[in-house]
Design a binder for this molecule. Structure first.
Ligand SMILES: NC(=O)c1ccc[n+]([C@@H]2O[C@H](COP(=O)([O-])OP(=O)(O)OC[C@H]3O[C@@H](n4cnc5c(N)ncnc54)[C@H](O)[C@@H]3O)[C@@H](O)[C@H]2O)c1
Length: 338
């Protein structure tokens, strides 16, 4: 059954924000939802949708209140997805701090001010990242693993998490914090993320475009055994929808943080899946140029997580390894959406 709700998405013009808006409008439970889509560049509302597109720079605190005062009223659910990616936040510390922390705090504070007048606190769903982990880590990250970020992006995400947990404890919002794996395959131009090549080595060859893999110097390099923690866009977006449906009482008592389920793949396995789906001609489009800095940063991220808690809450995991993910992306390419 569909419920008429108002759903606010910040970063709605981005990769996941756009996909989320489209998926919400197809899902039977949210097909009638009214969407407030916000981005620094005016986002496009999906055709025929009940949607308001708002152009707002959320680093300006005065702009956040307006998102809760549209003709659709106070949102029932906020998806807080705006952000500057890992490399961007590392290279421009001040901008990263403003967008990834200050602007999240503004939206959260507006949600508190406007949301507490409603019968129940609004759901505040936040896209965090595995980049909150760094330094010395166990082989498998569990819900008990302490997050010690080793970069600006991860530090900013962790600060947001702490604030959202506190706002939840106080009943200001009903927070749900999703630590995302790296999402592969991302369409469009390369993102300002150190992990960008994990999508690039699939996306560009399937589009018939040469690309450079910054890990290893040839197909036989041992560096290609570098393992990473990924999830597909489709599964991630389903998990965004699930995040709004989980009863508050199901979460751990002291934290709303959930590491979304992912799978471990090596760079080599990605290339094998590329060959399987795209053939030898696709694989030939991948050149190698080992970038020691890039390899060091990606190697510092955890590649294995215990999915148990997230699965017990009802979140989904990609089945079948890398090949089905690449198969689905091939259809995105064929549809001209890559
Ligand atoms: N894609 C991934 O692999 C991944 C992994 C972990 C976490 N995340 C997180 O998920 C969220 C969405 O990721 P994405 O891949 O869609 O990113 P994206 O870069 O495609 O989208 C982010 C959007 O935020 C907007 N934005 C930036 N500054 C803004 C500002 N000042 N005011 C308003 N909007 C602003 C951008 O214009 C962009 O459209 C981000 O918070 C990201 O940190 C993504």
């Amino acid at each position: 059954m569909s419920e008429q709700r108002t759903i606010l998405i910040t970063g709605a013009g981005g990769f996941l924000g756009r996909l989320l808006a489209e998926t919400l409008l197809k899902d039977p439970q949210t097909i009638d939802a009214r969407l407030v889509l916000v981005d620094i560049v005016a986002p496009k509302a999906p055709q025929g949708a009940n949607a308001i597109a708002v152009k707002a720079d959320l680093t300006d605190p005065s702009q956040a209140d307006g998102l809760f005062q549209t003709s659709y009223g106070v949102p029932d659910i906020v998806y807080c997805l705006h952000g500057i990616m890992s490399r961007g936040a590392e290279d421009n510390f001040d901008l990263g701090l403003k967008v990834n922390f200050d602007a999240v705090r503004s939206v959260l504070e507006s949600a508190r001010r406007f949301g507490t007048n409603t019968s129940q606190p609004l759901k505040f769903i936040f896209a965090s990242s595995l980049a909150v982990y760094g330094g010395s880590l166990p082989n498998v990250v569990t819900p008990d693993t302490i997050a010690t970020p080793q970069g600006a992006y991860g530090a900013e995400k962790l600060m947001c998490e702490i604030l959202i947990n506190e706002y939840t404890r106080r009943g200001f919002v009903d927070g749900r914090i999703l630590r995302l794996p790296t999402i592969v395959v991302r369409p469009g131009p390369p993102a300002a993320a150190t992990s960008s090549f994990l999508s690039g080595i699939i996306r560009e060859p399937l589009k018939g475009v040469p690309t450079t893999c910054p890990i290893g110097n040839s197909l036989s390099s041992p560096e290609l055994d570098l393992a990473v923690w990924i999830a597909s866009p489709e599964t991630t977006i389903q998990n965004f929808l699930n995040a709004a449906r989980i009863p508050s009482s199901s979460f751990m008592l002291h934290s709303r943080v959930v590491c979304l389920p992912g799978i471990t793949v090596t760079v080599r396995e990605e290339l094998e899946a590329l060959e399987k789906v795209g053939g030898k001609e696709a694989l030939r489009l991948v050149e190698f140029q080992d970038d020691e800095t890039n390899r060091r940063i990606v190697s510092s991220w955890p590649a294995r997580f215990d999915n148990g808690y997230a699965l017990s809450l009802g979140f989904l995991v990609d089945e079948g390894g890398m090949a089905p993910i690449v198969e689905r992306f091939k259809k995105v390419v064929a549809a001209g959406l890559a």
